[in-house]
Design a protein around this ligand. Sequence first.
Ligand code: NOJ
Length: 520
Amino acid sequence: MSGTWWRGAAIYQVYLRSFADGNGDGIGDLAGLRAKLPYLAELGIDAIWLNPWYLSPMADGGYDVADYRVIEPAFGDLAEAEKYIEQAHALGIRTIIDVVPNHGSDQQVWFQQALAAGPGSPERERFIFRVGRGESGQLPPNDWQSIFNGPAWTRVPDGEWYLHLFAPEQPDFNWRNAEVVREFHDILRFWLDRGVDGIRIDSAAVLIKDLDSVEESYTDHDAVHDIYREWRRITDSYDGRFLVGEMWMPDQERFALYLRPDEMHTAFNFDFLSRPWQADELRASIDLTLATHGPIGAPPTWVLSNHDVTRPVTKYGRPDTSFDHADRRHGMVTDPPLGERRARAAALLAMALPGSVYVYQGEELGLPEVEDLPDDLLQDPIWTRSGRTDRGRDGCRVPLPWSGAEPPFGFGSGTPWLPQPADWKDLTVEAQQADQSSMLALYRDALRIRRTELGDGILTWLDSEPGVLAFVRESGITCVVNLTDAPVDLPPHQSLLLTSAPLDHTRLPPDTTAWLHPSS
Ligand code: NOJ
């Protein structure tokens, strides 16, 4: 594989604690992942992105890191992580890890030292401590709100307040502090030296804050780019490694600045995932994405789901098919067969586009969002911090069903940390492997054709009627998506490569995608 393998890669996201449990404690782990590597090799992916696997009290599912150089014992240890990287490489699968630079855990040694050392100390300078407002400093330094709801400041016993854009257990680092900058350079090298092939950068746009501003001023400050220029230099000093940034930013011009040739190699394209299932919206997103990435030479990425967003099968079955963090539409009525049909069509659309594609574990099984988890089992900090009004993201994090007719569906021998719905028996890997019309079979076929035939050439739109998307790639492979409510004719073609649902005689039914070879 070449040094720029990541430009067109198919990357599978492993949310480790819900993937496969090797030791029977109900939590997925590296032993479970290692045992399932043959499944992923057969699925036909190029790389695995793992959510944070570091030592963590799990206040935010591992995005509260207590030590960036230690593997969480519930997942395994460093020796096993190294073995996993090697074993995956042997199967042709690369590894991308998740680095969380905006914040650590309140259990991290640095934060404990900062608490002990007191106001004005160099230890506190690594975080964002301030005195409060009001006569006795009883009010937070400003009115910023946490992204997980509630105030973004927490007071410590000596009276100072510290900033946390997320949960109080996730204190923000001070990125104007040279020690913080150096520490993360070392962390990057630590893992690149151990053979990881890519780094996903968590919450990448919010590292620099302007605390004097009356507005909430932490997203996308110019100074954040200096951080990633350094990270690029370090990453490029190793062969074939890359960065992928997580930035939720509506302004595509600002977004593109992160992808300049001396910054990140790639970034998640959340615009595509947020759009409703409508031809004009999806086409606008594709055009915007290509126009943003083209001039700077960065490959686009296509993402339909991840551990933070509603599962596509559920989302696309709702009357409103868009996604918005501010309103996750929990419990909105959904039509599962319609959602599944559209999710299949969306997968073939995403996989036909130029650039890299991400597949979140369980997406290939067509798992729905689990919307009826018992209240008391919900673990996402959004649930408690919203005063139990927003159920958060646990519904897309339920442990995978592998085999058998009842929970835990081969996930492991223990009770899974979140309960699986009893009706997932038809969605297990085992059940789908035996079914040529399953979502799993579709993903496998699509990934194979994408890898062997699609090529990395440009996309050209073809004329099509309203509500239909049709484009051809340089390799000649043509993709047609019918988002109308009636069957449409396919363009003349030599052969049909793959469809997301059977044709209606020779016509493409509603909510269906076809890949074809045009007639020459
Ligand atoms: C984005 C991650 O994807 C999400 O799961 C996490 O809660 C926040 N960043 C904070 O780290």
